[in-house]
Design a protein around this ligand. Structure first.
Ligand SMILES: [Zn+2]
Length: 82
């Protein structure tokens, strides 16, 4: 009598395809909302990346904020295809 297995085949972890791109988000000091700076970076490179002080025009309060690497929160890119 043949033994039958009803188990699922073991899942193989998917190999990661392509770089893990993160968007750079900065919290607005006026509204405390996260704002997309429009910049992206590969997650692997972020830890070793060096950044000068950057400026961007805030979408929430309309003023220009300066930010450095310490202010950045890595997030998923909001839109891949535009
Ligand atoms: Zn702002």
């Amino acid at each position: 009598m043949a033994t039958r297995f009803f188990f699922d085949a073991p899942r193989r972890p998917k190999p990661k395809a392509g770089p893990n791109i993160k968007s750079l988000l900065v919290r607005c000091p006026s509204t405390s909302k996260l704002t997309d700076t429009g910049k992206t970076i590969e997650e692997k490179l972020w830890q070793t990346a060096t950044l000068k002080t950057q400026k961007f025009t805030c979408a929430h309060c309309g003023s220009v904020h300066t930010w450095t690497k310490e202010d950045v929160i890595l997030g998923r890119p909001t839109s891949v295809s535009r």
